[in-house]
Design a protein around this ligand. Structure first.
Ligand code: ATP
Ligand code: MG
Length: 399
């Protein structure tokens, strides 16, 4: 448990650093997301400096809350609680690093290694010199300490920039790219385990999300819908605000059920979901659709079924879980805290009208023929479903 003697965090980012001329844009996205996710916790100062972002905390900040908020910012490779030393004057610097050890490690019975990063290349000593000199200063001041350059109990990292920074802990962040750095996609969000994880993974590459949920009242309940809103809210901690489109799918489902061969129900229904989702996606400037499908998980996710549902889309369909086993997906859903909500036992529209023996190898040509049977009313029904959709703005952190 950290105490508030740390008043700042040093944030490292990984991939953004590779972005050449666009680097500034990525850094600005990262700073914006950090500010946004911390806003509700108090007055933080977030600044960027030479490949680092610094977060200076208000006096009464809570370490756990701050760390939890940083864990939801994609683009953060790691963060370190850091002590800022307002001078780089040599003797003052050594003293300050000594004070840091004094204060944070009352038990001096450990081995250490000093590491140095010199952002200020004009500084009068090189990094190895700084490490060696600070090391010997510490040994003199705390004779119980010992140096171990191979397997130290603690690393003490000193960064010398316009100011100096000292830290000894590196907490892994979520990684990825800051949201807002890579366009927008439309997630087909059901109440299950998979689709929230799929949304999380695409957003991790810097993509903003909107979502669409197909609701089938009275067969699916208000509670089932609320569950989807709750899931959207949980992932919006990472993805930023989500506009959730709730489409009433009952009439379309019933019509397919009454008109088409029952073994093709699920596939035809899923093709209409994709068509409707794509229409909303295009209206919302989304560049792709996202689903939680994984090869072979259920009848509607065989290679043939995926091909049949894919065939109605012109936007790319991203399926980040395509090669994942269920257990691997469950582990991510536990990590991002959607699991507990996902397993609440409310009905889903896909499970109400299921055939006893759904086709597992649908042939697109045959499915298209069956869909012709819907010609009389389906366009009107799709239009109505689009027009009557409900839009819910979901946001974990207030914008
Ligand atoms: P999930 O756990 O995400 O519900 P699933 O294993 O239940 O997935 P399916 O029911 O076949 O799989 O759905 C596959 C994908 O289709 C889902 O991951 C989701 O992206 C989308 N989907 C399914 N049902 C709905 C729905 N009612 N509203 C929106 N999208 C849906
Ligand atoms: Mg499902």
């Amino acid at each position: 448990m950290k105490e508030n003697r740390y008043r700042a965090f040093l944030i490292k980012y990984a991939e953004i650093g590779l972005k050449g001329k666009n680097r500034c844009f990525f850094e600005d996205c990262l700073v914006r997301q950090i500010r946004n996710n911390l806003r509700g916790l108090g007055e933080y100062q977030v600044t960027k400096e030479q490949g680092r972002v610094f977060v200076e905390c208000p006096e009464d900040f809570d370490y756990e809350d701050t760390a939890a908020a940083l864990q939801t910012v994609f683009g953060v490779a790691s963060f370190s609680p850091v002590v800022i030393i307002d001078t780089t004057e040599w003797e003052a610097l050594c003293r300050a690093v000594g004070n840091y050890v004094e204060e944070f490690f009352p038990e001096k019975n450990f081995t250490f290694k000093v590491e140095c990063k010199r952002g200020n290349k004009e500084y009068f000593m090189t990094s190895p010199e700084i490490c060696a000199e600070i090391g010997s200063y510490l040994l003199k001041r705390f004779p119980e300490l010992r140096v171990d350059v191979h397997h130290p109990d603690r690393y003490l990292t000193v960064e010398v920039r316009n100011r100096a920074y000292v830290y000894s802990e590196v907490v892994p962040g979520p990684g990825g790219m800051p949201v807002g750095s890579n366009g927008r996609a439309m997630l087909l969000l059901s109440g299950g385990i998979d689709s929230p994880v799929a949304g999380y993974m695409i957003s991790k590459r810097g993509v903003y999300l909107d979502a669409v949920y197909f609701h089938a009242p009275p067969y699916t309940s208000e509670r089932a819908k609320q569950k989807v809103v709750d899931l959207a809210r949980i992932i919006s901690a990472y993805t930023g605000p989500i506009r959730l489109h709730v489409v009433n799918f009952t009439e379309i489902q019933m019509y397919i059920y009454e008109t088409c061969p029952h073994e093709e129900l699920t596939i035809i229904m899923r093709r209409y979901m994709m068509r409707i989702a794509e229409t909303i996606a295009k209206e919302s400037d989304c560049l792709a659709l996202v689903t939680g499908e994984s090869i072979g998980q259920v009848a509607s996710q065989t290679m043939q079924s995926l091909q049949a549902t894919n065939a109605v889309c012109t936007l790319p369909v991203f399926r980040p879980l395509i090669g994942f086993d269920k257990q691997e997906i469950v582990e991510i859903s536990e990590k991002i805290r959607t699991y507990e909500t996902s397993i609440l036992p409310y009905e889903d529209c896909c499970t109400i009208f299921v055939a006893k023996h759904p086709v597992t190898k649908p042939v697109v040509r045959i499915i298209e023929k069956s869909e012709k049977l819907l010609a009389e009313k389906i366009d009107e029904m799709v239009r109505t479903a689009l027009e009557t959709r409900e839009k819910i703005e979901v946001s974990f952190y207030e914008e």
